[in-house]
Design a protein around this ligand. Structure first.
Ligand SMILES: *[C@@H]1O[C@H](CO)[C@@H](O)[C@H](O)[C@H]1NC(C)=O
Length: 315
């Protein structure tokens, strides 16, 4: 993704040329309307700067950002990070820490209205190099009223042709919903709110992301070439800027502690480390597959003329 950071306009209300000259001895009550206005704006600027820096502090503690990312609070005072996509730039944030196994969740409110061509994401990645590992949740935008699709994928050692896509059974832009990735040494579980949507099982003889630490990423970008009806529908820039909001991020996860040392894990790791889908959760996987699946790599014979990947024929 190529990005350019836009200039920040901190106070559109005032520019240096508008500032009234200092009036050292003028009694307050006799200050000209212009001077009073300037003083009010200066205070407003100071407050805005203060708010901006403290509002952003929590975001920068946990993440590095690129492009258009805004930190703020919602009406209930909860921290919200928003990524903005316009013609010049998208945006991304990425955890400073890397993890090896964990449970990662975030609440996301997707781009409302015409989001065709846009792709918002929440994913884990070991980096860009060849042989990288990745676990993806990507939201493929659509025209107003048309269903958004959630693309899930797993990459192991640079091989990532394992997509399953699902339509969502609610409007993901109307409100926040919780998206969760549970990654342990036996399986990867994708959840939407309380429902397990997909489970990717480890097979001893097949590639599985289990050796490389990954960081957590969120992005919003122009995926026109791919996202909507196989690239037929492009981003409508007259509807820009597009905004996707994230809140309630949780990483309950182990971190590598250095070569030859055991992982550093939080207390109670078994919660997710021993997690396998229950019989009921296998039921929701089947339900989602039957009613909401849009694409399954294991059904795409055109793509795998020499035979499906081995895991397709195992349970
Ligand atoms: C967008 O809507 C069209 C028409 O309903 C549908 O065929 C398509 O699968 C939807 N999703 C994407 C990502 O294109």
């Amino acid at each position: 993704m190529r990005q350019r950071t836009g200039a920040h306009r901190l106070c559109p209300l005032i520019s240096p040329s508008q500032r009234a000259p200092p009036r050292l001895h003028a009694p307050r009550s006799r200050a000209s309307p212009m001077a009073r206005w300037a003083a009010v704006c200066a205070v407003a600027v100071a407050l805005a700067l203060l708010a901006a820096s403290s509002a952003a502090a929590w975001l920068h503690e946990e993440f590095t950002t690129e492009g258009n990312v805004r930190a703020g609070y919602d009406a209930r005072g909860q921290q919200v990070a928003s990524i903005v996509l316009d013609r010049q730039s998208g945006g991304a944030f990425r955890s400073r820490r890397s993890y090896l196994y964990g449970q990662f969740s975030v609440q996301i409110k997707l781009v409302p209205g015409n989001s065709a061509g846009t792709v918002a994401s929440f994913y884990l990645s070991s980096g860009d190099g060849p042989g990288h590992d990745e676990i993806d949740m990507e939201f493929m935008g659509n025209s107003t009223g048309q269903p958004v699709a959630l693309n899930t994928n797993v990459w192991a050692n640079g091989d990532g042709k394992k997509e399953q896509q699902f339509y969502l059974w609610f409007d993901p832009a109307a409100d926040y919903h919780t998206y969760t990735i549970i990654w342990n040494d036996r399986n990867i579980i994708f959840k939407v709110d309380d429902l397990v949507l997909r489970c990717f099982t480890r097979h001893a003889d097949l590639p599985y992301p289990g050796a490389k630490p990954m960081s957590v990423h969120a992005t919003l970008w122009d995926g026109s070439y791919w996202a909507t009806q196989r690239g037929k529908v492009k981003v409508d820039w007259s509807a820009a800027p597009f905004v996707v909001s994230y809140r309630g991020y949780l990483a309950d996860a182990c971190a590598p502690a250095g070569a030859g040392r055991p992982l550093a894990c939080p207390a109670g790791t078994g919660r997710w480390m021993r997690r396998r889908p229950s019989a009921a959760e296998r039921g929701t996987v089947a339900w989602a597959k039957k009613n909401y699946m849009r694409y399954n790599y294991c059904d795409d014979g055109w793509r795998f003329p020499k035979g499906f990947p081995a895991e397709c024929s195992r349970s």
